[in-house]
Design a protein around this ligand. Structure first.
Ligand SMILES: Nc1nc2c(ncn2[C@@H]2O[C@H](COP(=O)(O)OP(=O)(O)O)[C@@H](O)[C@H]2O)c(=O)[nH]1
Ligand SMILES: [Mg+2]
Length: 293
């Protein structure tokens, strides 16, 4: 099947109808782990997280995966043979999954910002297509200069639609250290994100139906804020200026408009599975099949 067929047949291939969230940060901060936490029972194929790839754009549906070349051409790919992908000729990889969160937004799992094998051009040219960012920073070396340097050029509208996750909080062993890091990062990023959330992603994934563990991981507070953000983005009717700003200089003639839904009327309030399970329904017994993560 060619991509064009997939685009027409896969009812969700026009994923641009949904808000797009880019997940960014340094190498190994937990970007792919966060994607999987959000995707729940339908995580990224292991090969996708294990292979060094350009941005991986994840949308709802069952359309065939493809890569978008630098010329904007769509070429079908085999997820079993990701190593064959010519990185220098690929702008991004598109995959389609059936996860609940993808009914509310698209996710882009970005390469690390300082990845020596991946030019910043690779992610910056995709970033202009995102409406908001979840920036992951590593608790033990949080908010490095390299991160601040990139974020300072982001327009305020995007900052207002972005969350800062301080990941790997479990690596900070004392409460004193945790407070110290959070206070510093809070100070250095004031006004630069709509919220900052300390989290242990591995703990959140392990928590399953253990509510205390889920709360302690920081995942609950983050989920609540993510829901707010997605509801806000879904009811926003114009983020074009924002995306224009992100457009890389080489893409002036190629920038593709990605309109948001015309109104939020058809978008149900966002409730990712995890939150629905934890907040709205009595906790199932541990023996029941988990619905998420
Ligand atoms: N201890 C701990 N490990 C984490 C956390 N988040 C991610 N990791 C681990 O860090 C490694 C890199 O994570 P990954 O999501 O692949 O990072 P990425 O390069 O940003 O996509 C994996 O082994 C994860 O299990 C966290 O909050 N705590
Ligand atoms: Mg990754």
């Amino acid at each position: 099947m060619t991509y064009d067929q997939a685009d027409n047949d896969g009812n969700d291939a026009a994923a641009s109808a949904r808000p797009v969230l880019a997940i960014m940060g340094e190498f190994s901060v937990g970007k792919s782990t966060l994607c999987n936490l959000l995707l729940g029972a339908d995580p990224l194929p292991v090969r996708v997280t294990a292979t060094q790839l350009p941005p991986v754009w994840i949308s709802h549906g069952d359309a065939a995966p493809y890569r978008e070349t630098l010329d904007g051409e769509h070429v079908p790919i085999d997820l079993e043979r990701l190593d064959d992908i010519e990185l220098s000729q690929t702008a991004l990889v598109r995959i389609f999954l059936d996860a609940d969160i993808l009914e509310q937004c698209d996710l882009i799992d970005m390469p690390g910002i300082s990845d020596p094998n991946m030019s910043p051009e690779v992610w910056s040219s995709v970033l202009h297509r995102a409406h908001g960012v979840i920036w992951c920073t590593h608790a033990t070396q949080a908010w490095r200069q390299s991160e601040a340097a990139i974020w300072k050029d982001v327009p305020q509208e995007v900052k207002d639609n972005s969350l800062l996750l301080v990941t790997r909080m479990d690596k900070l062993l004392s409460e004193r250290d945790r407070m110290k890091v959070l206070r510093r990062v809070e100070h250095e990023t004031r006004g630069a994100f709509s919220g900052m959330f300390p989290i242990s992603l591995t703990e959140a994934i392990k928590a399953e139906y253990d509510r205390d563990r889920w709360m302690d991981s920081g995942a609950e507070e983050f989920s609540e804020e993510l829901l707010e953000l997605l509801n806000r983005l879904s009811s926003s009717d114009d983020t074009s200026t924002t995306r224009e700003f992100f457009k890389s200089p080489t893409e002036d003639s190629e920038g593709k408009p990605y309109p948001l839904p015309e109104s939020a009327a058809h978008v149900a309030p966002v409730r990712p599975t995890r939150v629905r399970v934890e907040v709205n329904t009595p906790r199932p017994a541990r023996s029941e099949t988990p619905q998420s993560v």
